[in-house]
Design a protein around this ligand. Structure first.
Ligand SMILES: O=c1[nH]c(=O)c2[nH]c(=O)[nH]c2[nH]1
Length: 322
């Protein structure tokens, strides 16, 4: 039987990293789940059991921890992802692409009443949400080791939101399969999955022998480069725009609210070229209490609901800068 290997990529996933950066008694912390996969001249490891081309996934894990120790970019998920990916394709001649995903868990400073620092406690934190910041960086060295191209998408997953009014769904297509009743007032809940994409960037390969000294184009002061790709404020603005638009929009549908969220992120972040959302419509169904003569179905009288785990609607879209 004739076969050929048409795609191959490997690496380490779920590398759990926690890092403290101490500025005297002021501690900065990050917790990441890292995935680092590579592509390149690795086909023979699949087709001929040739392990000589395999940088062991164990080594990739060790590199992840080592860079977490030495990288000046560790506190910023995008920059750390780029540093790790750049290292992998620079260090190993036969590896031509790196795919790095960094999922950042939330740790927010505790605010102690009466304490001086408005930023919060110097070394105590709490988990203030299950949502995660996610960065995907692809570092492509197929055009040459000195012509690295990085594509970065970032975003948020598992951001659970609910509004108890300010949402309706009417005038939808009706035919013999339609049972849904039009409502001008309903619960709208979703678990936001957001990604935003930056324009691809040319990045400089490390020049030191150990391939560790990665500097961003912004640090190099490169002309014509939009430094806000690594602007610390993009993630905060994207999350806030999502939450605020969700809160204030008089939602005609998940679709319409989604579009407004994306429009706002594009408007507020010059370096973002497109925004994608995936929004499950987590239905809350009013309990029918007519059997005891109680009206819990009229929207203004609906107070007791059943959260429906499945099925859910699923609304997706990408909004791009023209
Ligand atoms: O906002 C909504 N969009 C839909 O496409 C849809 N479909 C549905 O049954 N309910 C809803 N709600």
């Amino acid at each position: 039987m004739a076969t050929e290997l048409t795609a191959a990529r490997y690496g380490k996933t779920k590398v759990r990293v926690f890092r403290i950066v101490r500025e005297g008694s002021w501690h900065n912390i990050v917790e990441y789940n890292v995935e680092a996969l590579v592509e390149g001249d690795i086909a023979t490891s699949y087709t001929e059991a040739d392990n000589s081309v395999v940088v062991a996934t164990d080594s990739i894990k060790n590199i992840t921890y080592y860079l977490a120790k030495v990288s000046p970019h560790i506190l910023n998920a995008e920059r750390f992802a780029l540093h790790l990916g750049t290292f992998l394709v620079s260090k190993y001649a036969h590896l031509s692409k790196a795919f790095v995903t960094v999922e950042q868990l939330r740790w927010t400073r505790i605010h102690v009443a009466g304490e001086a620092s408005p930023e919060g406690h110097s070394h105590s934190f709490y988990r203030d949400g299950d949502d995660k910041r996610v960065v995907n960086a692809v570092i492509d060295a197929t055009g040459g080791k000195d012509k690295l191209v990085a594509t970065v998408t970032s975003g948020v997953t598992d951001l659970l939101v609910l509004k108890s009014t300010g949402s309706g769904f009417t005038n939808f297509y009706r035919d013999e399969y339609t049972t849904l009743v039009e409502v001008d007032d309903r619960i709208f809940s979703t678990s936001v999955d957001l990604t935003y994409t930056f324009a691809p960037l040319q990045i400089a390969a490390p020049t030191d022998e150990k391939k560790l000294e990665f500097v961003t184009p912004l640090q190099r002061g490169e002309e014509g480069y939009d430094g806000s790709v690594w602007d610390e404020e993009v993630p905060g603005r994207a999350r806030a725009a999502t939450l605020e638009t969700f809160a204030v929009d008089e939602s005609a549908s998940v679709q319409a609210t989604l579009y407004k969220m994306g429009e706002r992120i594009i408007a507020e972040n010059g370096s973002v070229i497109s925004v994608s959302y995936s929004l499950p419509n987590k239905h809350y169904v009013p309990v029918d209490m007519r059997y005891i003569g109680v009206d819990n179905l009229t929207p203004s009288k609906a107070e007791v609901f059943t959260p429906i785990a499945a099925p859910s609607g699923l609304i997706k879209a990408t909004i791009s800068r023209k």
